[in-house]
Each structure stands twice: as C-alpha cells, then as structure tokens.
Design a protein around this ligand. Structure first.
Ligand SMILES: [Zn+2]
Length: 347
C-alpha cells in the first residue's frame, strides 16, 4: 500500500520517539538490527511499548532478513542508494503499531504496510493487541510488497515511467483495475491477488512480493502461470519482471532466477519426515496466523489459541503451536494445515 501524506507521517514519528520510563533490555533486537543494516545498507526502526521494550522481537527481524536475502543484498543496496539519492535517507523499515493511518478503508481490510516515496520510509504495522505470544508484523509478503514499491520507483526512473506502466498494463490483456474493497472476484490467471487488481502500482508490488516469497510447497502459483501450454497474463507479468530487473539494476540475475522459481514449485515438500502440502489453494488475502486461528477460517479444528508461531523459510509459512499442543502450518492467505506431529522448529 502506498500513501503520500506527510502530516500523517509526522504524527507517526512523534509517537515512535516517546521516552521510556525504565530502560528495557532491547540488546538482542538492537544487535540483530545492526547486522541487517550493515548487510543491506538500510535503516531499521521500531516503536517501543510504554515500558521501553521493543515492539518487535528477533523473530520479526529474522523474517525481514530472509525476505531481503531472497531479493539479494546487492539489489537491496542499490534500491536503498537510489532512495537516498532521492530523499537524503537510506531505505528505512519502521515497525510501528497500526491505527495511526486514516486511509478510509473498508472495515474488512487491514493495513499491513505503507511506503512513503517522499522519505523512503516503509512502515510495517504491528497489531496493537499482539502482546506476548505472536511476533506480530511478521509478514514476509508485506515486507516484500513495500520493497516492491521502492523497486518500481527505481525501475520507473531508469526505464521510463510511461513505457513501464503501459507495457505492464498491456500484459493484462485489457483487464481493468478496480477500486479495492476487500471483496469481489478477480481473474486468478491475470492478478496474483485481489489487491493486485486495484492499480498498476499495487499489481507490480504484489506480483513482485508473491514471486519472491511464495517459492515453497503450498505457496506456489505455478498452476496459474500457464494454461494448456500458453502463458497466462500472470505468467507474462512474472516473465516481464524477471526480464525488466537486469535492465534497471546491476547484478540482478540472481533475483531474476529466484523469481523464475515460481515455475518449479513442488506440489509438496518433505520436511523432517512429514509431508507438507497446501498447493493449489486460492490466495484469499493477507492474514496473520492468529487471525486465521481465531476464526477467519470456518473450520472448527482451527479455533485454537496460539502458543507460539514462527515464520519458517523452509516451509514457506508459519509454524504454529497452539495452547492445546496441536501443530499447524499457516500459509499466507489463510491456508491452514494441521500436522500430525511437532516439527523441530526453534521458537
Ligand atoms: Zn502497496
């Protein structure tokens, strides 16, 4: 989601700098932040709770590292340098509580992130009721999506804004963009998600994010990329992205090759002697696991409360242990699989 409202930005920053009453120990988070900042040449900020403790844990930063590593450090550095050239600031990820933006969205739509082009700031929103059990904001699609806006900005300048948007929209075969209301249908072989059908900018960011993140069992959309041997509009968009990036960036072949992995996603994956599946499920929107488990899915077996959850790159989803000691895989979009036994995943 992209929003250009400088007044709102100023408000958000004020809250972020409120002083803690007591010194909390955020050293583990701060150490991980330093490591990521150095690796990608970006800046990372977080909001603090009233007691001074960081609003995020190292798990969220681990997820950010995984996402940026898939995009590759060299590409992240180039985008960050471009953002700095334009704004005076490196590309910045800021983890902050939601509820400060007034975007006039339908009640069924949650905001997961924003990219501000004027300042090069990406905000990733944390649910305000996230205390304890779930590392909120731990959504790799949102992290990649907002990066996708910064990437599109760079590509626009190198490739030509008019040329880029007109070529992209031609790939859709005349499909129109519609105002996003969080409902409605869309062609799954044209758009990678409902949100992608809302505008060229969101289509670009969504197609990029899904291609980066959904490269594992259960998350692939290779079945939507061609029909009867003919590339679909969505397949053409993925191919276009893979071809575009080396024209706009140096050493983009690694990222292009990663995007192409969406064509080879396996139907299932063997992991720790358990078969993980979940493919061929229609993506229904961004969902945090705790929301999924609390009833977005109409399945009685997933009404458990979460004890712990962790994004696991090898799985391509969240591994969730419930308070009743059941084990779930939760994939972006609300696909839930109960596993017969625990997996060996560090909390
Ligand atoms: Zn967006």
């Amino acid at each position: 989601m992209k929003q250009i409202v400088s007044v709102i930005l100023a408000l958000a920053l004020c809250v972020g700098f409120s002083l803690p009453a007591l010194a909390a120990d955020n050293s583990a988070v701060d150490a991980k932040i330093m490591e990521i900042e150095k690796k990608y040449d970006i800046h990372i900020k977080y909001e603090t709770d009233p007691d001074g403790s960081a609003s995020i844990g190292t798990g969220t930063l681990h997820t950010l590292d995984l996402v940026l590593d898939k995009i590759t450090p060299g590409i992240v550095k180039q985008v960050s340098a471009y953002v700095k050239e334009k704004t005076g600031h490196k590309l910045t990820y800021s983890f902050t509580y939601e509820g400060k933006l007034d975007l006039d969205l339908p009640s069924n739509v949650g905001v997961h992130g924003v990219f501000y082009e004027e300042t090069g700031l990406i905000e990733i929103f944390l649910p305000s009721s996230s205390s304890g059990t779930y590392s909120s904001g731990d959504n790799p699609l949102a992290m990649a999506h907002e990066f996708g806006h910064a990437l599109e900005w760079l590509c626009r300048s190198k490739y030509g804004a008019q040329k880029l948007s007109s070529e992209w929209q031609a790939l859709g075969g005349g499909a129109a963009y519609n105002v996003f209301d969080g409902r409605g249908s869309y062609s799954t072989t044209t758009f990678v998600s409902l949100y992608a059908s809302s505008s060229y900018e969101e289509d670009f960011a969504e197609t990029f994010a899904h291609s980066v993140v959904r490269d594992k069992a259960g998350l692939g959309f290779y079945h939507l990329l061609s029909k009867d041997g003919v590339k679909t509009a969505l397949g053409k968009k993925v191919d276009y992205l893979a071809a575009l990036l080396p024209k706009c960036l140096q050493n983009a072949d690694g990222l292009s090759a990663h995007l192409k992995k969406v064509y080879t996603t396996p139907v299932y994956r063997e992991f720790q002697n358990q078969r993980l599946t979940g493919s061929h499920m229609q993506y229904i929107g961004y969902s945090y696991p705790r929301y999924v488990l609390r009833g977005i899915m109409n399945s009685p077996e997933v009404s458990d409360e979460i004890a712990t959850s962790r994004w696991v790159s090898e799985i391509g989803g969240w591994y969730v242990v419930s308070t009743t000691n059941r084990y779930y895989l939760v994939y972006p979009g609300g696909v839930v699989r109960q596993q017969p036994a625990a997996l060996n995943i560090a909390a």
